[in-house]
Design a protein around this ligand. Structure first.
Ligand code: 7TS
Length: 405
């Protein structure tokens, strides 16, 4: 069946509104995705029909809510193909998942151990490791990237040693769109006995990672980037690692037994899920995964590739426009600048024409420092964007250029 983007768009109420008197052209999908009616309905259904706290009530409503929440965990497990259901922990999002792992490793690392990150990380995959290094005396090393925004793997080889305990890399860069060769990165780290955490915040809306095939130790993502709600995400951890890490937060639901002398912890995944979770968020995350799988990731990937190729070609026709992130393995994110114009000014003008793009450093300042620029304009496309929207972007950027030069 042909990919019917116009039919898909009818699922997204927000795509039919106007902004500043123009039909909304939403190209800030890397910041957050829009939500289909199916996901919105699941939220309304939860609060209208079976809102209750979970894992604790004998009453029927609580059972219903518990069953729906745990069914969502199961859907997520099947989607990402983890070996065990209890390896999927609900979090508030990618940032929470990374901090949970960093916090856990503070009791496993010692002074002189080494941690490797990449040069193209989001701040949420840099700062927690710096904090971990401060606490433990471990040393942070960085895999450099080249001008086209691709990691230099020969330099990674030289950084790896018996001292390496952890490697952290994003699957896809939010600022460049580069798809990193994570399978190779994981294999190389494992050869030295190091654990690997992959930040999947940007990947899971574009591709479907197979966690067992990747043999990754930790994988984190946020539901809101994949048509789900904000405030919920997952941390996948291999059972062996989750058993080694201490709990992140203490509280209700994460214990087996509590006395004032000693507390014993609950089994996985509850050991890491203290307090009342985002119940509705977890259930709606499951609905978002169902929705994406109905469209199918093969179809999404193929269509977004067309959008990327067309948008790249059209934007490059604008004189003085430079794209950052030009490697061959790339997803539908285009970061660019026009010579002599501040990205913020372009973003402001295109917004007046109803087009939402992000401008700035995209929480990835080291990338901007590498290119010696203050920031970029970033247009990030989703499967519900159209070729006509690409044309509107190109027209608006051309107009902005004329006004600003
Ligand atoms: N890692 C990457 C690669 C990201 O792109 C983001 C968010 C995060 C981590 C943090 O995710 P959160 O859901 O915990 O906030 N990236 C962006 C972005 O590119 N524009 O706005 C947020």
């Amino acid at each position: 069946m042909a990919f019917d983007v116009h039919k898909i768009r009818t699922d997204f109420p927000i795509l039919h509104r106007e902004v500043n008197g123009h039909p909304l052209v939403y190209l800030d999908n890397a910041a957050t995705s829009q939500k289909p009616q199916q996901v919105i309905d699941s939220i309304v259904d939860y609060y209208s029909n079976y809102n209750a706290n979970i894992h604790r009530g004998v009453h029927s409503l609580s059972q219903e809510a518990t069953n729906a929440y745990e069914a969502a965990r199961k859907k997520i497990q099947l989607h990402f193909n983890s070996k065990h259901n209890h390896e999927i922990l609900f979090t508030s999002g990618t940032t929470h998942g990374i901090n949970l792992v960093a916090n856990g490793f503070s009791s496993l690392l010692k002074s002189g151990d080494e941690i490797i990150v990449s040069a193209m990380e989001h701040h949420s995959n840099i700062v927690p490791w710096q904090m971990l290094c401060e606490h433990t005396g471990a040393v942070l090393k960085v895999i450099p990237m080249n001008e086209e925004g691709t990691l230099i793997l020969s330099a990674y080889d030289k950084l790896l040693s018996q001292k390496t305990k952890l490697v952290f890399v994003n699957h896809i860069s939010n600022a460049l769109g580069t798809i990193n060769p994570i399978k190779t990165i994981i294999e190389k780290a494992h050869a030295f006995g190091a654990a690997v955490l992959i930040d999947g915040a940007q990947s899971c809306s574009h591709i479907k990672p197979d966690l067992q095939e990747l043999d990754v130790d930790f994988y984190v993502t946020s539901a809101h980037k994949m048509c789900g709600p904000t405030g919920v995400g997952i941390l996948y951890g291999k059972e062996v690692w989750l058993n080694k890490l201490p709990p992140y937060q203490g509280g209700g639901e994460m214990i087996k037994e509590v006395t004032f002398e000693k507390t014993t912890y609950a089994e996985l995944p509850h050991k890491f899920e203290a307090g009342t979770p985002n119940i509705c968020g977890g259930i709606a995350f499951g609905a978002a995964i169902d929705y994406l799988n109905t469209i199918g990731f093969d179809a999404i990937e193929a269509y977004e590739k067309e959008l990327l190729n067309y948008a790249t070609q059209q934007l490059l026709a604008i004189e003085g426009l430079k794209i950052y992130g030009t490697g061959s393995a790339k997803t539908s994110v285009i970061s660019f600048n026009i010579e002599g114009i501040h990205p913020y000014d372009i973003g402001t003008i295109v917004d007046k024409l109803g087009i939402a793009v992000r401008t700035g450093h995209h929480c990835a300042q080291p990338i901007m420092d590498f290119y010696k620029i203050p920031g970029t304009v970033r247009a990030s496309f989703a499967f519900y964007n159209t070729m006509e929207e690409v044309d509107k972007l190109v027209e608006a950027v051309t107009k902005a250029k004329k006004m600003l030069t």
